[in-house]
Ligand binder design. Structure first.
Ligand code: SAT
Ligand code: MN
Length: 611
């Protein structure tokens, strides 16, 4: 309800009228005590952090060991993205498709109006202008996030290019996406009674909502990660995938690498991997083959657009890494670990007695005593993990020693190779090249992981994660496949080559066949040599496979027959999988593009030829 004593807008002079109007409307609805426009200046950060230390939201770490580093502990009920509470509110249900939660936009607007009514009472409402992608770049896009969480402001300042420069572009008339966020924990009630601030305010009821037609985001009740940092999954994937469909580009859940060969040729690769398949490690790959250099451009999201020369150009729309902490070690990902030495926000990791951080997998031996992510004493005898399994680090991408000098090139980098990975104990070879763009889209559409623990479902069952976009596609997944096919037609022979990789194949005793990590550079090298026209391949059911002698295995000891097992293809098992794919496609009804059904029948004919 609008009050007579409306809060001062405090808008900067260059804020356009339409933006001021929208901010005013959100303020009328949420009734904050004050409005603050984020500038991105260094003093602002200092003030914000000091204020969060005071409320207990941030705990300063030992500043000698980790200068500029802080620990946040979330509420135990607010530790991850909540897919069951994530909604695509398209006018028509079929436009959300069978893989999304759809909600009627009219009804959702009513619900949100109720939830946001007075939601920011007693709080400061922050207005964050931000750019996804380098400022002013032709693939980049702008947004405004309104939030009542200073933790979100601090995180957005790391994860996006936030503040005055972004506002200047908006003032100059650039398109921007509106995004509203509240933790849903007002400090004052309608009668003016006040309650105390807590370290991690949030609400048990959560709504992460997207309106693809009006291109808006409204998020209520959570302060954590992708639920609250609305530039990331909400904008850069769900809303951007809709923009990309309408404007002829691609918004993808992909890392971006620059790889330089010993001869000095630069290749650029993007890669989609489902969760728990080592995507962050690949983004910071340290190749074990001599002479090759790998640089990071992005670790999570790629926006890709055809350039004037007809090739596909990719940017990382983000400015930081919001990475899973547990498992990060000097062995698994030294680059990530080193990036966290200063100016990092850690969320839900454990605290050591000397004011440093620790998580499972960081060292072989856990410290004798810790304070766990809930703030309780912890010893190696404790039955619960010290760090939450989804605990995170938030760090500027520029802090990674692997960051590429071209990572902020507003024009992006030309993509040579697209990789799709899954977590497959069987069937899928170490690397396989798609026969065509259509075949590559089929491979992306059928990406899957085999369930390995009973807790995840039936062991051995395939969990599909098409393009690793299952929770991130803002419209009907089958329409998204059609969009990819259309992009392939436009790119023609300038399209990147598509490969499928699988680091997770096992032998009969359940042991991994491939060492992974730095050695993943070996099959990738083969893919790049294919692009350079330097090696032949042989046709197989899955796609084109390396002639085994072409793989660079220098310095790697593989057991007898292991390489053959890594590339073994059992026609019967593939026939079974083709049946599962046919079943899976049925879920999308007649929206499944004809070309993908054609690919399925081509696989079946390759199977019958080889049987
Ligand atoms: O919380 S995020 O959405 O940023 C990360 C993830 O869950 O993939
Ligand atoms: Mn991700």
């Amino acid at each position: 309800m609008a009050e007579d004593t409306a809060v001062a807008l405090n808008a900067p002079e260059n804020a356009p009228e339409s933006l001021k109007q929208w901010v005013g409307q959100v303020a009328d609805l949420t009734q904050p005590d004050e409005i603050y426009w984020v500038t991105g200046e260094p003093e602002e950060k200092e003030r914000l952090y000091a204020q969060m230390v005071e409320t207990g939201t941030l705990i300063p770490l030992n500043q000698d060991l980790r200068p500029g580093c802080y620990l946040a502990r979330s509420a135990p009920s607010d530790v991850a993205r909540v897919e069951a509470r994530t909604f695509i509110c398209s006018a028509k249900e079929e436009d959300a498709g069978p893989t999304n939660n759809w909600a009627d936009p009219e009804q959702m607007r009513e619900t949100l109006a109720e939830k946001f009514d007075g939601a920011m009472r007693g709080r400061t409402m922050y207005v964050i202008p931000f750019s996804m992608g380098p400022l002013g770049g032709n693939i980049s896009k702008l947004g405004i996030e309104i939030t009542d969480s200073p933790y979100v402001v601090a995180s957005m300042l790391i994860m996006t290019r936030a503040g005055n420069p972004a506002l200047e572009l908006i003032a100059a008339g650039e398109y921007w996406v509106p995004a509203v966020h509240s933790v849903g924990y007002p400090l004052t009630d309608a009668e003016g009674n006040r309650r105390d601030e807590i370290a991690w305010p949030c609400n048990d009821e959560k709504y992460i909502t997207h309106f693809p037609e009006s291109r808006e985001i409204w998020s209520y009740g959570s302060g954590y990660g992708g639920n609250a940092l609305l530039g990331k999954k909400c904008y850069a994937l769900r809303i951007a995938s809709v923009l990309a469909r309408d404007e002829g580009w691609l918004a993808e859940h992909m890392l971006i690498l620059r790889i330089t060969s010993p001869e000095g040729r630069n290749f650029h690769l993007t890669a989609a991997f489902p969760s728990a398949t080592g995507k962050t490690n690949l983004a910071m790959l340290r190749p074990t083959i001599p002479g090759w250099k790998v640089e990071t451009i992005g670790d999570d999201i790629a926006w890709m657009r055809p350039g004037a020369d007809g090739r596909l150009y990719a940017i990382n729309p983000e400015a930081g890494f919001f990475g899973v902490a547990p498992g990060t070690s000097e062995k698994t990902n030294p680059t990530a670990l080193h990036a966290l030495g200063h100016d990092t926000i850690f969320t839900n990791v454990a605290l050591t007695d000397d004011g440093d951080i620790w998580w499972e997998g960081m060292t072989d031996e856990p410290p004798a005593h810790l304070i766990d992510w809930r703030g309780n004493d912890w010893t190696p005898e404790s039955e619960t993990p010290a760090a939450h399994p989804n605990s995170r680090f938030t760090v500027a991408a520029g802090q990674a020693e692997s960051i590429s000098p071209v990572w902020e090139d507003p024009a992006g980098v030309p993509v040579d190779v697209i990789l799709f990975g899954g977590r497959r104990a069987t069937n899928v070879p170490l690397i396989s090249e798609s026969y065509s763009w259509e075949h590559g889209v089929f491979v992306g559409a059928t990406v899957s992981s085999e369930q390995t623990a009973a807790a995840e479902g039936t062991v051995g069952e395939l969990r599909r994660d098409p393009f690793a976009m299952l929770p991130f596609c803002g419209y009907n997944m089958a329409d998204y496949w059609s969009h990819w096919l259309k992009m392939g037609e436009e790119l023609g022979d300038k399209a990147p080559r598509i490969f499928q990789v699988n680091w997770f194949r096992k032998d009969e005793d359940g042991n991994f066949l491939w060492p992974g990590f730095g050695d993943n550079s070996r099959p990738i090298e083969w893919a790049l040599r294919r692009v350079a026209g330097q090696v032949e391949a042989r046709d197989a059911i899955s796609g084109r496979l390396p002639n085994l002698e072409d793989l660079n295995l220098e310095g790697l000891e593989l057991g007898e027959g292991v390489l053959e097992q890594l590339f073994a293809i059992d026609p019967q098992a593939w026939a079974k999988e083709a049946d599962l794919t046919e079943e899976y496609f049925k879920m999308f009804g007649d929206k499944v593009p004809e070309q993908l059904l054609q690919q399925l029948s081509e696989i079946r004919s390759r199977i019958s030829q080889s049987a």
